[in-house]
Design a protein around this ligand. Structure first.
Ligand code: ATP
Ligand code: MN
Length: 155
């Protein structure tokens, strides 16, 4: 039988990954899986860099790295029965996502086809490509436009 109890949803807070977050929430609830939202901090983010250079603890940094809106959304979804947690790691995005998928034992990854920095004319961004390539579990790549079509009636 297919195991589907742990869904990993990496997000870079881009519009496309927000769409993937919606899919992860809906699917997680439907199949009663636990969803882990994961953000990888990169040094080029000045705010994050500053936070670390001032010696902010990992816990405090965790608090800062997911927006209030995201936390609010999570609280509401949890009230509605979603099982979820959020995690911040520091490092190279695709290595960290791949490592976390392995160490946590994720059954499925749901992420955006694109993110903050890439060109939409490319099939997918470099993080999406590396994760899809490296993992042997299914990776669901959510496209920006596809979701807009699919969710029109729902939202
Ligand atoms: P590129 O980074 O190659 O310039 P891009 O930014 O358009 O292109 P990706 O970075 O591959 O595309 O983003 C695809 C998906 O990967 C995002 O929607 C998000 O789900 C995930 N992702 C990207 N960066 C991060 C990150 N720092 N932390 C967590 N998830 C990420
Ligand atoms: Mn990117």
């Amino acid at each position: 039988m297919i195991q589907l109890s742990k869904i990993l949803c990496p997000t870079d807070y881009s519009r496309t990954s927000d769409k993937a977050v919606r899919y992860a929430i809906e699917l997680g609830r439907k199949v009663d899986a636990h969803v882990r939202f994961l953000h990888i901090m990169q040094p080029e983010n000045i705010a994050e860099k500053t936070a670390y250079s001032y010696g902010v603890t990992k816990k405090a940094a965790n608090h800062e790295a997911f927006s209030d809106e995201f936390r609010q959304l999570m609280m509401e979804e949890k009230k509605k029965g979603l099982s979820a947690d959020i995690m911040i790691l520091r490092g190279n995005p695709y290595n960290s996502i791949i490592e976390q998928a392995h160490s946590w034992g994720a059954d499925l990854v749901i992420m955006g086809s694109h993110g903050r920095t890439g060109l939409t004319r490319l099939l997918m961004g470099s993080v999406a490509e590396a994760v899809f390539h490296a993992l042997d579990i299914p990776v669901l790549l959510v496209k920006q436009e596809a979701v807009e079509k699919a969710t029109m009636d729902v939202f």
